[in-house]
Design a protein. Structure first.
Length: 337
């Protein structure tokens, strides 16, 4: 068939481009923006500028690696929402210009839908219906997936996202942004039972992480009063204990959703699905509850254009194209897609 699609992701602080052919990702190029590290979080204006600098080389690298020429492309896809508006604008305007210049159709992709569909890159693939726990820096959702483009959010965070809980804990511990991968690294050497943090009692399938963040902050402040080197001397155990609590909060809700729906096909997605503890927990819970579980490859967990490309492929097959008046949106519900 040779449906070649170029996809661009620029919703936050990764500039990424990918090329997909008939559902198989041929290249997935990601440029991380180091400029935010010193600020302890993403600075939106700096992110937009870095996207502008990165986008041409990133797109060229993705095309080159795929071996697909611009003339062989069948569509141009980009992340339309949600995300930082300035960052989204860069990808959107670039994609529109390219589509106009090459006379190709344009495909607008929802970032959270794309995280879920990252589970369709490679094998094995989940079968419908399935549940997806999508855990990123901006979102925490339990999604009921009925078809490639038919998804319903069953529960979500009322305040901080799971990734934010990792990042804010890292900040409390004096670790740089993004803190999730570092907490994961230190947690491997620590004792998850050493310190006990509270599990919030939120009804239904919603989550809350802001209380946990406050509990960690007060705990660390108290201990540091007694021992100024508390963090330094106990870093691995603190990281392991916090990570353990975040994972149990997530997994307990996933178990609840699986029981309520009777669904045993279960996926995870989003930046936090790169966490080694969460990946292990998925395996352990799957054995316990008889689930078939699916986890995207590392490069498709954190923000990447590969996941935008696979979503664009299914949208292409469904004939869902955008016109040149399309504009990005900082927030939008996935259910309406
Ligand atoms: O999906 P993503 O790349 O961006 C958003 O859409 O938000 O997720 C980024 C989040 C950050 O909060 C980062 O700390 C977290 O994913 N993260 C991790 C790990 N790798 C990335 N959290 C825990 N463990 C990891 N290994
Ligand atoms: Zn994301």
């Amino acid at each position: 068939m040779n449906i070649n699609i170029l996809a661009i992701e620029s919703s936050c602080d990764e500039t990424s481009a990918a090329v997909i052919r008939d559902g198989e990702v041929l290249s997935n190029f990601i440029a991380n923006q180091k400029v935010h590290e010193q600020y302890g979080g993403v600075v939106p204006e700096l992110a937009s500028r870095a996207h502008q600098q990165n986008i041409i080389p990133v797109v060229e690298a993705a095309l080159k690696k795929s071996g697909v020429s611009k003339e062989e492309l069948k569509a141009i896809a980009f992340t339309q929402s949600p995300g930082l508006i300035g960052s989204l604008l860069v990808g959107c305007c670039f994609a529109k210009s390219l589509a106009l210049g090459l006379d190709l159709p344009l495909i607008a992709v929802h970032h959270m839908q794309a995280h879920v569909l990252a589970n369709f890159i490679g094998d094995p693939k989940p079968s419908f219906p399935f549940l997806c726990l999508t855990v990123s820096g901006g979102h925490t959702q339990i999604v009921l997936v009925e078809d490639y483009l038919k998804m319903k959010v069953m529960g979500q965070t009322l305040d901080d996202a799971a990734g934010e809980a990792f990042d804010k804990t890292a900040k409390i511990l004096g670790l740089p942004y993004p803190g999730g991968p570092l907490i994961d690294k230190y947690a491997k050497e620590g004792n998850p039972q050493r310190f006990s943090f509270p599990e919030p009692q939120i009804p239904g399938l919603n989550f809350s992480f802001s209380g946990l963040k406050t509990a960690i902050l007060y705990f660390v402040q108290e201990q540091t009063k007694k021992d100024p080197d508390f963090i330094q001397n106990n870093r691995a155990d603190i990281c392991a204990s916090v990570q353990h609590r975040i994972i149990t909060i997530l997994m307990n809700k996933l178990v609840k959703a699986a029981k309520e729906t009777g669904i045993k096909e279960v996926c995870i997605a989003g930046g936090v699905s790169a966490n080694s503890g969460l990946r292990q927990a998925m395996k352990a819970y799957s054995e316990k509850y008889g689930w078939n579980h699916y986890i995207p490859e590392f490069q498709y967990c954190t923000d990447n254009a590969g996941m935008i490309s696979i979503t664009a492929y299914y949208k292409y097959l469904a004939g869902e194209f955008a016109d040149l008046t399309v504009s990005p949106s900082a927030r939008s519900s996935m259910d309406r897609n």
